[in-house]
Design a protein around this ligand. Structure first.
Ligand code: ATP
Length: 327
């Protein structure tokens, strides 16, 4: 029995199918992230898991029991599952301590641990209208967790936070898993948040689950250009010029397009190069340069720590077989 099992889930809104036949399972304490472009159905998927959106087909099973949709339940939601919406709300003009007391089902020490984990112990005497966005969010989170759910669904928790509040919230989310033993699913549009945190990432495109895998798998071997683009920049090499790239790699010419990440195109000496080109321009990004190189038939971007040559000069490149994805 899986901790969470979603099978053949379909959701319709206003006559449109928003989620198509989604199936996956999550183990207890497995950190699952959901990635996808705006409008792909990520929030709808979390809301269906929370029992807040009615599936039109399929089912969701949590800890062995079916999650009931809002059409079949007087008070929508599931007591073991908490959903932190992008649009959370706090009561106005109350002291934080009052907000938490009204929601709280926990006893003294447990409640204090929760407030400590959420980094809000020092805010209890403040009024809710005297808080920053990051503080409000951590209080909303503590209020939600005071029912001590087994599964926490976080919908874009880092959007609209400055760097300091974002880093603090990352520590809070880490401690929610480690200290409170609550399993999390997280949506973020920033690949740094998902790649660095998740055990597994689900990629949603147009309401369909198009790939699931470890961060390394989805980053290094995306199934298509859409998935590749969610996690960073890439070069799309059309099949017509692909043989130049696969030369000396042992990858057979397959008539398919290739994906290569900029950092996987390496500047090398002429003797071991597979590609010869001309530097078009180099753009400085702080920790690295993106160098645009004109090859026969295509311009590519290679990422490097140091500019290999001046504009107009010849450079030599190579790429390893493992770093090429056929699509
Ligand atoms: N209640 C609803 N009524 C009609 N359409 C809806 C409803 N809820 C969602 N949709 C539509 O379903 C699609 C998926 O929406 P959803 O909010 O799940 O996407 P998302 O991937 O979370 O987007 P974002 O990243 O912008 O939050 C969108 O086209 C949206 O307009």
């Amino acid at each position: 029995m899986s901790f969470l099992e979603v099978s053949g889930l379909q959701v319709q809104e206003d006559g449109h199918t928003v989620l198509h036949n989604i199936s996956f399972a999550q183990g207890e304490y497995e950190k699952l992230a959901i990635a996808g472009e705006t409008g792909s159905g990520k929030s709808t998927l979390l809301q269906a898991i929370a029992g807040l959106v009615q599936p039109s087909a399929g089912q969701i099973t949590f800890e062995g029991k079916r999650v009931i949709g809002p059409h079949d339940k007087l008070v929508p939601g599931h007591e073991g599952i908490a959903y932190l919406s992008q649009h959370y709300d706090l009561p106005q003009f109350l002291r934080v301590e009052q907000v938490l007391r009204y929601a709280n089902t926990l006893q003294g020490d447990e409640a204090e641990t929760l407030y400590e984990v959420c980094r809000i112990s020092h805010l209890k005497q403040r009024k809710t209208n005297q808080l920053s966005g990051g503080e409000r969010q951590r209080i909303a989170l503590a209020r939600l967790l005071s029912t001590w759910p087994d599964l926490l669904l976080l919908d874009e928790p880092y959007s609209n936070l400055d760097k300091g509040h974002k880093e603090l919230l990352k520590e809070v989310i880490h401690d929610i898993t480690e200290r409170l033993a609550i399993t999390c699913i997280l949506i973020s549009h920033d690949p740094h948040d998902t790649l660095s945190w998740a055990d597994r990432i689900l990629v949603i495109e147009g309401g369909r689950l198009v790939q699931q895998g470890t961060p390394e798998q989805v980053y290094r071997h995306p199934v298509d250009a859409y998935t590749a683009g969610l996690f960073g920049s890439f070069n799309l090499i059309p099949a017509a010029v692909a043989s130049e790239f696969t030369a000396r790699t042992g990858i057979p010419a397959s008539g398919r397009d290739l994906l290569v990440r900029p950092e996987h195109l390496k500047f090398v000496d002429k003797g071991i190069a597979t590609l010869t080109g001309t530097v078009q321009k180099a753009i400085f990004y702080g920790g690295f340069y993106d160098v645009q190189v004109q090859l026969p038939g295509i311009s590519v971007t290679a990422r490097t720590q140091a500019i290999p040559a001046s504009t107009g000069e010849t450079v030599y490149l190579t790429v390893q077989a493992d770093d090429i994805t056929l699509i």
